[in-house]
Design a binder for this molecule. Structure first.
Ligand SMILES: Cc1ncc(COP(=O)(O)O)c(C=O)c1O
Length: 471
């Protein structure tokens, strides 16, 4: 019985032509910053209020509507998006997503060539940062961190899959580690009371003497040290914990060492800052978000592990509907997710089309922009910076109008300034609470950003900061 349901049929060519025109315009529109963010128009609000369409419209008309919505959205890939840890929507990465979605390969099971491509790309990523292991692709740093902590728990308490958390456990993070690590602890049922937030030093790195003291105290109290999570690039300031010393402690007390390098990890592959990651190769697992500083579109994270069999021990199942006919475990037996798209393709195509060297250059370019920003901010009497240059590419700063000395007043001024900047729309920034104060927190992770964007950042901070202070 033939049918024509859900096919593009005769419209296919037109749909492809229109889509490619749109993508062409969109990419050239992203090469340079736009003057401001467009408002959501009344037409778009009406479109977004429509109820379930029982009948379709011409696919090309629907695509135009989708493009309108996308254009009136905040795209982190624009060069003046300095907030959070932005992404870049690497062009060949977007093409890879289109191709991967069109084939719709599921790497939950042995998908033949694509399964090998995922393994190969994981190895490339490991090689890029100098880590001896292999990787699996997940939907983000959060899931990668959960995956690693699950493996750590499996090693510390092997009976946990069967009997649950039978012994009290402790997980060590710096007090500025990303929240996703706490979430992983909660989801695995360890309870947030098991999180040991280790104090930081004046560079915002984990204090390793305090770490070791805490581990000893836990062991004496019958608590099982389960995982040390080192940050390699904290979200707040880009600080990198002392990895070699943490690895020494992890080995001494036989604790799994995970490195949350979701943001900073790729920088370990550059000559410029490689030495700050000394000891990374000694970790048991590493999280890298390729959708952050490897520039590819979301969602694309990698959890790298030294011992692949640890994942099989953590996630393996022998389901009747999942044939196990090879030596190597099914992907589904080493991952938290079942159905998974071929996320690796965007990084694979990125490496193939640009080469690892170009990725290193792009990361170093961002670091240089951050250093230049720090230097300019340090020389500007109306801007306060942290007492040390950025470890990576986050440059916290405060606008301090002449005569304003009270810390709370400066914090309030910067919170208001950040809101004004977002409202203005020429650049996009996010605020951050550092040592109890509110800072502006530009972060450079986009290959499209250049010095003209840094100029714009200072111009907007100065103009709106001065206006707000009424001086
Ligand atoms: C250090 C760190 N870890 C984990 C995450 C969470 O990553 P995702 O948003 O991809 O889940 C982030 C996000 O910014 C991060 O900066």
């Amino acid at each position: 019985m033939n049918n024509s349901f859900l096919r593009l049929g005769a419209d296919r060519q037109q749909v492809l032509d229109d889509t490619f025109d749109l993508v062409q315009k969109m990419w050239s529109g992203m090469d340079k910053a736009r003057e401001g963010e467009p408002e959501i128009t009344d037409e778009t609000w009406s479109l977004l209020a429509e109820t379930l369409p029982e009948q379709g419209i011409a696919p090309t008309a629907a695509i135009d509507e989708a493009a309108t919505v996308l254009d009136q959205s905040l795209a982190q890939s624009r060069p003046r998006f300095f907030a959070y840890i932005g992404s870049s929507g690497l062009e060949v990465g977007a093409v890879a997503d289109f191709l991967a979605a069109s084939y719709d390969i599921n790497v939950a099971i042995d998908a033949r060539a694509s399964s090998f491509l995922e393994i190969q790309t994981g190895k490339w990523m490991a090689e890029f940062i100098g880590f001896p292991g292999r990787g699996l692709f997940t939907s983000g740093g959060t899931v990668s961190n959960i995956t690693a902590l699950a493996a750590a728990r499996q090693r510390a308490v092997p009976e946990s899959r069967e009997f649950g958390n039978t012994v009290p456990m402790a997980v060590y993070v710096s007090s500025e580690a990303h929240y996703s690590n706490k979430r992983a602890v909660e989801l695995l049922g360890l309870g947030t009371r098991s999180v040991r937030a280790i104090p930081i030093d004046d560079h915002h790195r984990m204090n390793t003497a305090a770490l070791e003291a805490q581990i000893k105290e836990d062991i004496a109290a019958g608590v099982r040290p389960t995982c040390i999570i080192a940050s390699a690039g904290t979200t707040l300031t880009g600080a990198i914990d002392p990895l070699r010393e943490i690895a020494r402690i992890a080995k001494k007390y036989d604790v799994w060492m995970h490195v949350d390098g979701a943001y900073g990890g790729p920088a370990a592959g550059t000559d410029l800052v490689r030495e700050q990651f000394d000891g990374l190769d000694l970790a048991d697992s590493v999280t890298i978000d390729a959708h952050k500083w490897m520039f590819v579109p979301k969602a694309c994270s990698i959890v790298l592990v030294r011992d692949y069999s640890a994942l099989a021990a953590t996630f393996g199942h022998n389901e009747a509907y999942m044939p196990h006919d090879t030596e190597d475990p099914n992907p589904v037996d080493v991952t938290l997710e079942y159905s998974r798209p071929l996320r690796a393709l965007k990084l694979w195509l990125g490496f193939k089309a640009h080469g690892a060297a170009e990725f290193r250059q792009a990361i170093e370019h961002d670091i240089m922009l951050a250093r230049e920003t720090y230097a300019r901010a340090s020389a500007d009497l109306s801007i306060r910076v942290l007492p040390h240059p950025p470890a990576l590419s986050v440059v916290p700063m405060q606008h301090v109008p002449a005569g304003m000395t009270d810390r709370d007043e400066i914090s309030a001024h910067n919170a208001a300034l950040c809101a004004a900047i977002i409202d203005d729309g020429r650049v996009y920034l996010s605020p951050a609470q550092i040592d109890g104060e509110t800072w502006l927190r530009p972060c450079f992770t986009n290959f499209r950003t250049d010095m003209s964007d840094v100029d714009a950042l200072f111009e907007v901070i100065d103009e709106l900061g001065t206006k707000l202070a009424g001086v």
